[in-house]
Design a protein around this ligand. Structure first.
Ligand code: TXA
Ligand code: MG
Length: 343
């Protein structure tokens, strides 16, 4: 398949390219596009065939449901059977933005989107190119991250090109993503609102609006054999670079000693910029130590870079575990398949 690349500097400068991409979506095709979190691989979310094509292009397990992206709240009643008060409060505060809400679904949402569940995940993204694409296509757009299943989510069009060239109809190049990690997923179907995946909106921000908010244990702990996942995405090893990753929970000095003691061929550090000067192994930096937003923006690119460099064993310096740091920590835990050394 030929993949068209549309370079879109802004919705004002390239309306024709934007329209072509929207037309491909409206006709059932697949288009990778930027959002403020990561690039998404979009299809018409009400077209079962188009949605199935997403799973094929990504090689994604079909029981892992997709997020529907909307460009105004008018689309919401079409997709969600009930809109609880908590959803309204969160929407007013955080939409458009990096927050996904899991709500009871209507019959209009195909099983291919919900993975056979009775719920649907909905997000109103903030990125203008994303919003304009949705608006022009006239459909809610189903979009997982635009990577091959198992590899780190793409934060630039170049990452999408590497994974999806020849597998999708178009890739919209709209520059790099501001947040760099996927949206926060919160379920509003149980008694207590529950974070299923930490992301761009922090647990602290959610609690400030809703009061009590649970964090699903699978965010920071491996799931036990046979345990049912609240979010199917939790079961899969995600964000995995080809190298083996071990997360090192330690202060700067201890981290540097630990890594330097183990220097060998194929051993790399995934570290903060402050660590670089004293490390004796090759290293890839994913942000500044005191700046978790910077780490969030840099992490997925850094994981891809480690693969490109042929890293075999990666010691990753552990981030803080609150604020957006919790999301960075969650992605690193998964990249490391929960292997952590605490010093
Ligand atoms: O930032 C993002 O959310 C990006 C951009 C493109 O919007 N999208 C994204 O999609 O990360 P994806 O498919 O890679 O992750 C969606 C997550 C998965 O972990 C999935 O299991 C969960 O949301 N999910 C989707 N529908 C669900 C549902 N009905 N109940 C529970 N979890 C759900
Ligand atoms: Mg993903």
């Amino acid at each position: 398949m030929e993949t068209k690349i549309f370079k879109i500097a802004s919705i004002f400068e390239n309306p024709d390219e934007l329209q072509q991409a929207a037309d491909i979506l409206a006709q059932g095709g697949l288009v990778a596009f930027p959002t403020e979190t990561v690039y998404g691989l979009g299809a018409d979310g009400l077209n079962e065939e188009a949605v199935r094509a997403i799973y094929r292009a990504k090689g994604r397990p079909s029981d892992n449901p997709l997020i529907l992206h909307i460009c105004d709240t008018e689309m919401l009643p079409l997709l969600a059977r009930e809109i609880p008060e908590a959803a309204v409060r969160l929407g007013l505060e955080f939409w458009p933005g990096p927050l996904t809400m899991v709500l009871p679904k209507t019959d209009r949402v195909p099983d291919a989107v919900s993975g056979g569940l009775d719920t649907v995940a909905i997000r109103f993204p903030n990125n203008l190119i994303a919003r304009e694409l949705i608006r022009r296509s006239g459909k809610p757009i189903a979009a997982p991250s635009a990577n091959l299943s198992g590899s780190p989510s793409p934060t630039t069009a170049q990452h999408c090109i590497g994974d999806l060239m020849g597998r999708v109809q178009a890739i919209v190049d709209g520059g790099s993503c501001g947040v760099g990690l996927e949206s926060t997923v919160i379920s509003l179907v149980g008694e207590v609102p529950t974070v299923l995946r930490p992301g761009g909106i922090t647990v602290e921000q959610l609690r400030a609006v809703l009061g009590e908010v649970r964090v699903d244990p699978a965010v920071t702990q491996p799931m036990e054999e046979g345990q049912k996942a609240s979010s199917p995405g939790m079961k899969y090893k995600h964000y995995a670079p080809k190298a083996k990753v071990v997360l090192i929970d330690a202060a700067r000095e201890a981290f540097i000693h630990y890594v330097n003691d183990r220097k060998d061929e194929g051993v790399f550090a995934l570290c903060f910029s402050e660590d670089l000067s004293d490390l004796q192994t090759p290293a890839v930096c994913y942000g500044e130590q005191e700046n978790p937003e910077d780490q969030a923006r840099g992490l997925f690119s850094a994981l891809r870079q480690l693969d490109d460099l042929g890293a075999q064993l990666v010691f990753a310096h552990c981030p803080v575990k609150d604020g957006i740091g919790l999301a960075v920590y969650n992605r690193l835990l998964r990249a490391a398949a929960f292997e952590v050394v605490t010093l």
